[in-house]
Design a protein around this ligand. Structure first.
Ligand code: ADP
Length: 277
């Protein structure tokens, strides 16, 4: 099975409305088991090793990966998998929770802009500006005309990022309601996971259908060629991590990062092997 197949099955075409109820969160895109997924992760690790070096040495463009998904869909797990594959020198991570008072005194993109990746670097957002058309819409935190206007504002914002050298890729981790219940229960039971549990997660769970509609709208209205959405089935953690790494490696490859030239100003004979000379 080609890696291409893995990724292509997940990409949402620009302007297309994904039918989340028809995408199976338990799908593994043909990955048979953990072993096969581990082999994909290892192969992606090798590709990423080279690609991040090229990204850093070019020192001109950057990559932004946006992770969205319901509670317990595995955003933290994916961030950990990326941290395992990428040099912390080039990877910046940021999480976006309930906005603080100072953040609320600015427009919704202000706090996002502050965490964008520098040239030659990559950033992963655990939640993002999309919360401003998800939780904000479902809980009615701003009037409808305000959140509706944000689809266009987000598209223009991401268009500008692409024009100025930041490749943007957006991933929705698609978990089933049943799997989420199991994970939330485990969080409440396990003393080591309890810090992640919030009673508010159960309230959001009751709003499941409203969230799915909000996700479908957001993906339909903000997916573009320059900032595409991928819906990644997320019930199997091993498949989910392999799929996201595959997407990231592919996006970096598509940037066609050049190999750096030989450094200038080297003393004569510096590059020759002394044993050979
Ligand atoms: P997580 O649940 O991802 O582990 P936190 O405990 O920090 O992280 O909580 C994130 C919470 O913040 C989520 O419930 C999310 O819906 C909420 N949130 C994020 N952005 C916004 C926003 N712009 N407005 C309101 N709530 C937001």
């Amino acid at each position: 099975m080609s890696d291409d197949h893995l990724r292509k099955g997940l990409r949402v075409a620009p302007g297309e409305r994904p039918r989340l109820d028809r995408i199976d969160p338990g799908d593994t895109l043909g990955l048979a088991d953990r072993e096969e997924a581990a082999a994909v992760v290892a192969a992606c690790g090798e590709r990423l090793e080279a690609l991040q070096a090229l990204l850093a040495s070019e020192d001109r463009r950057s990559l932004l990966l946006v992770l969205q998904g319901m509670d317990a869909s595995g955003k933290d797990g994916v961030v950990r998998a990326l941290c395992g594959a990428l040099n912390p020198m080039i990877l910046h991570t940021a999480s976006f929770g309930v906005p603080t008072k100072p953040e609320l005194r600015h427009d919704f993109l202000w706090r996002i802009t502050r965490e964008l990746p520098e040239r030659g670097r990559m950033a992963v957002f655990n939640r993002s500006h999309y919360e401003d058309v998800l939780v904000v819409r479902v809980d009615g935190l701003v009037p409808e005309d305000e959140w509706r206007a944000r689809y266009g504002q987000i598209t223009r914002f991401e268009e500008r990022l692409a024009e100025t050298g930041t490749a943007v890729v957006k991933v929705m981790l698609h978990i089933s309601r049943d799997e989420q219940l199991g994970r939330l229960r485990e969080r409440a039971q396990d003393p080591l996971k309890r810090w992640k549990f919030s009673a508010d997660d159960l309230r959001k769970r009751d709003q499941w259908d409203a969230y799915m509609a909000a996700y479908e709208d957001a993906i339909e209205r903000t997916g573009t060629d320059d900032a595409p959405w991928y819906v990644v089935p997320a019930d199997r953690k091993w498949a989910r991590n392999a799929l996201v790494l595959e997407i990231v490696a592919h996006v970096l490859e598509r940037m066609r990062l050049p190999e750096p030239p030989v450094p200038e100003g080297l003393p004569p004979g510096f590059l020759e092997d002394p044993a050979g000379g």
